[in-house]
Design a protein around this ligand. Structure first.
Ligand SMILES: [Zn+2]
Length: 226
């Protein structure tokens, strides 16, 4: 069952691909856009929460996280489109490494998101209540979001929970997909540690179920390096 609370709705596609709606006083923040055009499904989930989508953001610009982003923003034109500054460069262009960034796996093609963000954010900035945290490794500019109201960490593909909590820093045999598309595994492992240090009360990943009190499982994943 998709996770549902008064502040967080998980939207699940194909059983393993997640988007999230986060409730704020003025409406909802959509995080990630699933695969293909899931606009109707996302809008229906917002309607069930009884609030308008006010902000749209992504954890990272991979195709399984941005499918409906352009169409949602067209359907909700007043919503603010907020993207991590580094990752914004990969929205509609092939990833190009910048000085100081290690060589790694760069996926062919690009995310194909044509809408230009209204606002770019970096670590320390906020989107509604959500604190932006740098979470590079799986992609060059991935970000994660911590909701300080209840300790929920929306971590993109820094961790997945399909088959158990795993980082994307190594080949996790029970669900190798996210780890197989990781740009730079040592960076992904550093990010896994940094996110663990936030001591989240709940882990809401890009793939897999929402996990309560994930600390021990995150420790085990970091120790395993996958
Ligand atoms: Zn993914």
């Amino acid at each position: 069952m998709p996770y549902q609370s008064s502040t967080l709705t998980q939207i699940v596609q194909f059983g393993v691909v997640n988007a999230y709606l986060v409730r704020e006083d003025d409406g909802l923040t959509l995080i990630d856009g699933l695969i293909g055009n899931q606009t109707k499904r996302i809008l229906a989930a917002a309607e069930r929460m009884g609030a308008p989508i006010k902000r749209v953001t992504i954890t990272h610009a991979h195709p399984d996280h941005v499918g409906a982003i352009d169409k949602i923003l067209a359907a909700v034109p007043d919503a603010e489109f907020v993207v991590g500054e580094r990752e914004s460069k990969s929205l509609n262009a092939h990833v190009k490494l910048e000085p100081g960034e290690p060589k790694g796996l760069i996926l062919p093609g690009n995310a194909g998101v044509k809408t230009v963000p209204n606002r770019l954010v970096n670590a320390g900035d906020t989107i509604g209540s959500l604190q932006v945290h740098a979470a590079p490794g799986h992609s060059v500019g991935q970000v994660a979001f911590l909701d300080p109201r209840d300790g929920t960490l929306i971590c993109g593909d820094a961790y997945s929970t399909v088959g158990g909590v795993a980082t994307t820093a190594g080949p996790y045999l029970k669900f190798p997909l996210p780890g197989s598309f990781t740009w730079h595994k040592p960076t992904a492992l550093e990010t896994a540690k940094a996110l663990r240090a936030l001591d989240p009360s709940r882990l809401a990943p890009g793939h897999g179920r929402v996990v309560e009190q994930p600390g021990a499982a995150m420790d085990a994943a970091i120790a395993r390096k996958s």
